[in-house]
Ligand binder design. Structure first.
Ligand code: XLS
Ligand code: NI
Ligand code: NI
Length: 450
């Protein structure tokens, strides 16, 4: 390994590079379904799935919970907030990415490098670590999916960052995002994400919501302008979430976020990064959030994880449910695949899965589940039964009258007259159970074929 600490040490010596061994393999540290080169719908799985690992959960999450100490074994990390420790941690991460066949990554500014006593010092620290990251990206053939700034951990953001009542938090947020955006561009990131963890409120007794939304909109306009100024051509994305840590977040779900963007002239400037566990916290399915984003041509990227049914927290489990991964990949294929986006495992191991090897088990489980989901989704599309049922349901709209209505060429009174000519045919059946059985049939066929 070049540069940085100058030490070339293997941090995961017990793990060798995971390879595709096929569905019959009992080797837990291999892929049973993810075969990077294998083509699905004429494109290698690698390019469909565009897997990324996130730096925060992978390298910076000690797996503590509100009742217990961290458990994660991290022999490469001396626990200090020093730059040399940050560089070593980064080397361990890139070794992990290579061994796990993950070609992309995501970070927050503060995960990467220690904050300094001043903005200048924080930026110097970040620059040093980013220089090393650029070398490691090159030597390991890894790309940056997206970067972001942590505008939620520091106490100065307790009342909000861009939406804070004090202009100080707003200005600090500007400083952090300016720098994070610039290093994202330096590292060739295909996107930049804003997640408003503290952009919301806990009680309206102390909050002027209309004003806070205006502040957020101004902030987002300035971020977009700066991106243009520095020549950042990647996707700018907002990541909706309804609550946690804030009681009510302004970007609560895809629909609310799109409305916000529309209201403030930002639609088309920002797209959405949709996360499964955030969808379920908002009371929606991931399918629905993806469909809403796609319909507005605003599906940017995906934070791939899943929640725990019945638990109202962002438990960020690795996505191992193949019904879920099938739905996600169906949505992705139906919109023509990712352009700047990808599948970022914004996921953490359970506190009990504390050994370094569990990082590999966890990501491999998620990658295999998505590979299987991709294969099944392609099968559903090739089969065509679901799509043709859905299309046929709207057949009566392809009549001359249907077209006229949709073109805006009819009045309510004309339609009321037309109603008199309707023969009150019984409506067709929705056949939901039949359709669900078709999906199960195609899952079974794919599993048999594997
Ligand atoms: C938190 C979010 C966060 C964003 C990046 O729930 O998922 O991890 O992805 O700030
Ligand atoms: Ni996320
Ligand atoms: Ni999350």
């Amino acid at each position: 390994m070049s540069g940085g600490t100058g030490i070339s040490k293997e941090h995961f010596a017990a793990v060798s590079r995971l390879v595709y061994e096929g569905p019959d393999s009992h080797n837990a540290l291999s892929f049973r379904h993810y075969d990077a080169e294998h083509c699905v719908e004429g494109k290698p799985m690698r390019d469909h799935l565009r897997f990324a690992a996130c730096y925060w959960h992978t390298m910076r999450n000690g797996l503590a919970d509100p009742f217990g100490a961290p458990t994660a074994e991290t022999p490469w990390d001396d626990g200090s907030e020093r730059v040399d420790n940050a560089l070593r941690r980064l080397e361990a991460f890139f070794e992990f990415l290579s061994k796990c066949q993950i070609g992309r990554w995501c970070f927050h500014d503060r995960d990467l490098a220690p904050a300094g006593a001043t903005i200048k010092e924080s930026e110097r620290n970040l620059d040093e670590v980013v220089r090393h990251a650029a070398q490691l990206q090159k030597s390991h053939g890894v790309e940056l999916l997206w970067g972001t700034a942590n505008l939620f951990s520091h106490p100065r953001y307790m009342h909000g960052a861009a939406t804070g009542p004090s202009i100080d938090s707003f200005l600090h947020a500007c400083a952090q995002v300016r720098k994070a955006l610039e290093v994202t561009r330096e590292l060739g990131g295909s996107g930049y994400v804003l997640w408003g963890g503290r952009e919301g409120y806990t009680t309206l007794l102390n909050t002027d919501m209309a004003r806070e939304r205006e502040q957020l909109a101004r902030f987002l306009h300035m971020v977009a302008d700066h991106a243009r100024t520095i020549g950042f051509t990647g996707a700018l994305m907002i990541e909706p979430k309804p609550h946690e840590p804030t009681t009510h977040q302004y970007d609560s779900d895809a629909e609310a976020t799109l409305n916000f963007l529309r209201e403030f002239g930002l639609l088309g400037v920002y797209s959405l990064n949709i996360e499964t566990n955030h969808a379920t916290l908002a009371g929606h399915s991931m399918e629905q959030e993806l469909a809403i984003a796609s319909a507005a041509n605003a599906l940017g990227s995906i934070d791939a994880n899943m929640g725990t049914p019945g638990l109202g927290w962002d438990t960020d489990r690795f996505p191992t449910d193949i019904y879920l991964t099938t739905q996600v990949m169906l949505a992705v294929l139906d919109r023509g695949g990712f352009s700047n986006g990808g599948l970022n495992f914004d996921a953490k191991r359970r506190r009990e899965s504390y050994q370094a090897a569990d990082l590999f088990h966890a990501h491999a489980a998620g990658m295999d589940a998505f590979a299987l989901g991709l294969r099944i989704a392609a099968r559903i599309r090739a089969d065509g039964r679901i799509d043709s049922f859905r299309r046929t349901r709207y057949d009566s709209w392809s009549t001359a009258l249907g077209k006229k209505i949709l073109e805006g060429a009819t009045t309510l009174a004309q339609c009321a007259l037309e109603a008199q000519k309707c023969h009150d045919k019984p409506p067709s059946s929705g056949r939901q159970e039949m359709l669900e059985a078709i999906i199960n049939d195609l899952i079974a066929k794919e599993l048999r074929a594997r």
